[in-house]
Write a protein that binds this ligand. Structure first.
Ligand code: 5GP
Ligand code: ZN
Length: 114
Protein backbone atom coordinates (compact mmCIF):
# COMPACT_ATOMS: atom_id res chain seq x y z
CA UNK A 1 0.00 0.00 0.00
CA UNK A 2 1.20 3.47 -0.86
CA UNK A 3 0.02 6.14 1.55
CA UNK A 4 -0.51 8.92 -0.99
CA UNK A 5 -1.60 6.89 -4.02
CA UNK A 6 -5.10 7.85 -5.22
CA UNK A 7 -6.09 4.33 -6.24
CA UNK A 8 -4.67 2.77 -3.03
CA UNK A 9 -7.02 5.20 -1.23
CA UNK A 10 -9.94 3.81 -3.28
CA UNK A 11 -8.85 0.27 -2.31
CA UNK A 12 -8.83 1.36 1.37
CA UNK A 13 -12.20 3.16 0.87
CA UNK A 14 -10.67 6.48 1.96
CA UNK A 15 -11.97 7.96 -1.32
CA UNK A 16 -15.43 7.13 -2.66
CA UNK A 17 -15.81 5.39 -6.00
CA UNK A 18 -18.80 3.86 -7.78
CA UNK A 19 -17.66 0.26 -7.40
CA UNK A 20 -18.89 -2.50 -9.68
CA UNK A 21 -16.74 -5.36 -8.33
CA UNK A 22 -14.39 -6.03 -5.41
CA UNK A 23 -12.54 -9.10 -4.18
CA UNK A 24 -9.19 -9.80 -2.55
CA UNK A 25 -7.28 -9.30 -5.82
CA UNK A 26 -9.03 -6.45 -7.66
CA UNK A 27 -11.38 -3.49 -7.34
CA UNK A 28 -13.36 -2.13 -10.31
CA UNK A 29 -15.11 1.24 -10.36
CA UNK A 30 -16.55 3.77 -12.80
CA UNK A 31 -14.09 6.35 -14.15
CA UNK A 32 -14.66 9.90 -12.88
CA UNK A 33 -14.30 11.30 -16.42
CA UNK A 34 -15.87 8.64 -18.67
CA UNK A 35 -14.76 8.42 -22.31
CA UNK A 36 -17.63 6.07 -23.30
CA UNK A 37 -21.12 5.27 -21.91
CA UNK A 38 -19.38 2.61 -19.81
CA UNK A 39 -15.85 3.40 -18.62
CA UNK A 40 -14.74 1.22 -15.72
CA UNK A 41 -11.24 0.95 -14.23
CA UNK A 42 -9.99 -2.38 -12.87
CA UNK A 43 -7.06 -2.17 -10.44
CA UNK A 44 -5.06 -4.66 -8.39
CA UNK A 45 -5.59 -4.22 -4.62
CA UNK A 46 -1.80 -4.33 -4.21
CA UNK A 47 0.08 -1.28 -5.51
CA UNK A 48 2.09 -1.56 -8.74
CA UNK A 49 3.02 1.56 -10.67
CA UNK A 50 3.09 0.18 -14.19
CA UNK A 51 2.20 -2.91 -16.15
CA UNK A 52 5.92 -3.58 -16.66
CA UNK A 53 6.56 -3.60 -12.86
CA UNK A 54 3.54 -5.79 -12.29
CA UNK A 55 4.62 -8.21 -15.03
CA UNK A 56 7.98 -8.64 -13.25
CA UNK A 57 6.91 -8.62 -9.59
CA UNK A 58 3.15 -9.05 -9.42
CA UNK A 59 1.22 -12.11 -8.30
CA UNK A 60 0.25 -14.11 -11.43
CA UNK A 61 -3.07 -15.03 -9.77
CA UNK A 62 -3.85 -11.32 -9.43
CA UNK A 63 -2.83 -10.74 -13.06
CA UNK A 64 -5.24 -13.45 -14.18
CA UNK A 65 -7.99 -12.09 -11.98
CA UNK A 66 -7.47 -8.58 -13.39
CA UNK A 67 -8.02 -9.87 -16.93
CA UNK A 68 -10.97 -12.05 -15.93
CA UNK A 69 -12.61 -9.11 -14.11
CA UNK A 70 -12.12 -6.89 -17.18
CA UNK A 71 -13.84 -9.56 -19.29
CA UNK A 72 -16.72 -9.91 -16.79
CA UNK A 73 -17.29 -6.15 -16.81
CA UNK A 74 -16.90 -5.94 -20.59
CA UNK A 75 -19.49 -8.63 -21.26
CA UNK A 76 -21.82 -7.19 -18.61
CA UNK A 77 -21.77 -3.59 -19.90
CA UNK A 78 -20.85 -4.18 -23.57
CA UNK A 79 -23.07 -6.81 -25.16
CA UNK A 80 -21.97 -5.44 -28.57
CA UNK A 81 -18.29 -5.46 -27.65
CA UNK A 82 -15.81 -3.64 -25.47
CA UNK A 83 -12.20 -2.55 -25.31
CA UNK A 84 -9.57 -3.06 -22.56
CA UNK A 85 -6.70 -0.54 -22.46
CA UNK A 86 -3.69 -0.05 -20.20
CA UNK A 87 -1.65 3.13 -20.55
CA UNK A 88 2.01 3.16 -19.48
CA UNK A 89 4.26 6.19 -19.49
CA UNK A 90 4.00 9.70 -20.95
CA UNK A 91 3.49 8.70 -24.60
CA UNK A 92 0.44 6.66 -23.61
CA UNK A 93 -0.84 9.43 -21.31
CA UNK A 94 -0.72 7.53 -18.02
CA UNK A 95 -1.86 9.99 -15.34
CA UNK A 96 -2.42 7.76 -12.28
CA UNK A 97 0.58 5.67 -11.29
CA UNK A 98 -1.25 2.65 -9.92
CA UNK A 99 -1.78 0.02 -12.60
CA UNK A 100 -5.29 0.06 -14.06
CA UNK A 101 -7.13 -1.45 -16.99
CA UNK A 102 -9.73 0.75 -18.67
CA UNK A 103 -12.84 -1.13 -19.84
CA UNK A 104 -14.71 0.92 -22.45
CA UNK A 105 -18.10 -0.03 -23.89
CA UNK A 106 -21.47 1.28 -25.04
CA UNK A 107 -20.50 2.90 -28.35
CA UNK A 108 -18.48 1.99 -31.46
CA UNK A 109 -14.80 2.56 -30.62
CA UNK A 110 -12.58 3.91 -33.37
CA UNK A 111 -9.39 2.15 -34.40
CA UNK A 112 -6.55 3.05 -34.37
CA UNK A 113 -6.90 4.91 -31.04
CA UNK A 114 -5.45 8.44 -30.90
P1 5GP B 1 -4.68 7.00 -17.14
O1 5GP B 1 -4.68 8.33 -17.85
O2 5GP B 1 -3.64 6.98 -16.04
O3 5GP B 1 -4.60 5.82 -18.04
O4 5GP B 1 -6.12 6.88 -16.46
C1 5GP B 1 -6.43 7.40 -15.21
C2 5GP B 1 -7.93 7.48 -15.14
O5 5GP B 1 -8.32 7.68 -13.80
C3 5GP B 1 -8.54 8.63 -15.97
O6 5GP B 1 -9.43 8.10 -16.93
C4 5GP B 1 -9.24 9.48 -14.91
O7 5GP B 1 -10.46 10.03 -15.38
C5 5GP B 1 -9.46 8.51 -13.77
N1 5GP B 1 -9.48 9.12 -12.45
C6 5GP B 1 -8.59 10.03 -11.96
N2 5GP B 1 -8.90 10.32 -10.68
C7 5GP B 1 -10.00 9.58 -10.36
C8 5GP B 1 -10.78 9.45 -9.17
O8 5GP B 1 -10.53 10.08 -8.13
N3 5GP B 1 -11.85 8.60 -9.22
C9 5GP B 1 -12.16 7.89 -10.35
N4 5GP B 1 -13.24 7.07 -10.28
N5 5GP B 1 -11.43 7.97 -11.48
C10 5GP B 1 -10.37 8.82 -11.49
ZN1 ZN C 1 -1.52 2.56 -5.37
Amino acid sequence: MHEDCLFCKIVRKEINAKEVLRDEHVVAFHDLNPQAPTHVLVIPTVHAEHLSDFAKQGNPVTAGRLLAAAAEIGTRFGPNGYRVVMNEGPDAGQSVHHLHAHVLAGRPLAWPPG
